[in-house]
Design a protein around this ligand. Sequence first.
Ligand SMILES: [Zn+2]
Ligand SMILES: [Zn+2]
Length: 470
Amino acid sequence: MPGLLIYNSLTRKKELFTPINPSEVKMYTCGPTVYHFTSIGNFRTYTSADILLRVLEYNGFKVKYIMNLTDVGHLTGDNLGDADTGEDRLEKAAKEERKTAWDIASIYTESFLTDFKKLNLTKPFEFVKATDHIQEQIDLIKKLEEKNLIYKTSDGIYFDTVKFEKNTGKKYGELSTLDQIKEGARVEPNPEKKNPRDFALWKFSPKNVKRDMEWESPWGIGFPGWHIECSAMSMKYLGETIDIHTGGEDLRSTHHPNEIAQSEGATGKQFVNYWMHGSFLKVDGKRMGKSLGNAYTIKDIDDKGFSPLDLRYFYLGGKYNEQLNFTWEGLNSAKIALEKIKNQLEIIKSNKDRNVISNEKLEKLDKYRNDFISSLNDDLNTPKALATLWEVIKSNIPSQDKYDLILDFDEVLGLDLSKQAETKEIPENIEKLIDERNKLRNEKRFEESDNIRDKIIKLGFEVKDPAKNE
Ligand SMILES: [Zn+2]
Ligand SMILES: [Zn+2]
């Protein structure tokens, strides 16, 4: 097998994936800030991470996968290009919803985990919360303090990016796609920062304000900056250098360069070997945003009569690092396609063993398996992998093999096709009743057909008629 190629945002090249320790790949994904329902845009990123995880496993790797939940310190200034200013999103939501920040964290963590499951995303080794790791974050800042990489201003403790470059000989912000990381053009520069690119490691609670979430620290009462949690938790669970770190493309220009700087500043070692970034999801060709009212959630998907797995199929129709445009029509096409696959699977299942096996058909089987994994191993090309799935469905390979192959593909696709395949066998007497009923329905003898329907239900079977077109 030629191996797995992934596009590394750090080197800006597709590279052959080589793990540090082949017996266990270490992978970390920047998870959501739990102050609101997670949008389908963010869920696209987590679905891509899930595909990566499944492809690694399909390639025979064991993976230790960690995802964080940000429940403190992510400030609203991030929207304007300066994550060190503005209000804490959780404290702000708490005020708006008349709850505590702790309540907000627990409510939206719960909903995130429910939606996560609905999308059939693989549960990480652990979901780790920033507020459960305050000590680890303080310890990491202390390490940076020992290395003279921090300084104090009136509102917090900052990381000194200039000293970082001088001391380590590394460049700050290599990952960034911006030529220069400028302090947001729309925000007032913080005059106390030594350099606009410096960022907060610890923020002090504002004077005379009691925050819901605040902790003692060697520098004063306050809360961690947004970036430090990912460095601290990644190191705690996965070690100082890990294989793969993934996240949305919005994290590429500040959050992730900051993670690198503070981690490598503390350890002197490379933090991550492969950085992978998922592209945005657009909606109706436009930017998605909470303030624009188009940041749809899984609840919106449910409410419109779709299954979250329809959305999963829709996501797979785009390559993770290319822009994808969400429309309700697009989601509907995904739903129809998934329905078709399930129906075909039923047919294939009932056809089992009726096809004649030939060498030509078996060669095809190998070719499909190969095409499928080659597409995925080429930087997770899910649209191509789906195309192979359809080729398989339409092919003349033996039904049993076809059936097995489709379920094998689903180990990566995660469309829960095996559930579909598990439907119970229908006994002969029931089949007879169904045939009889269908005949009566065709003859529009509905009273008689309804009697048979009741009989079938009494025998413990469900009767589902194809949905009427609206
Ligand atoms: Zn990250
Ligand atoms: Zn992060």
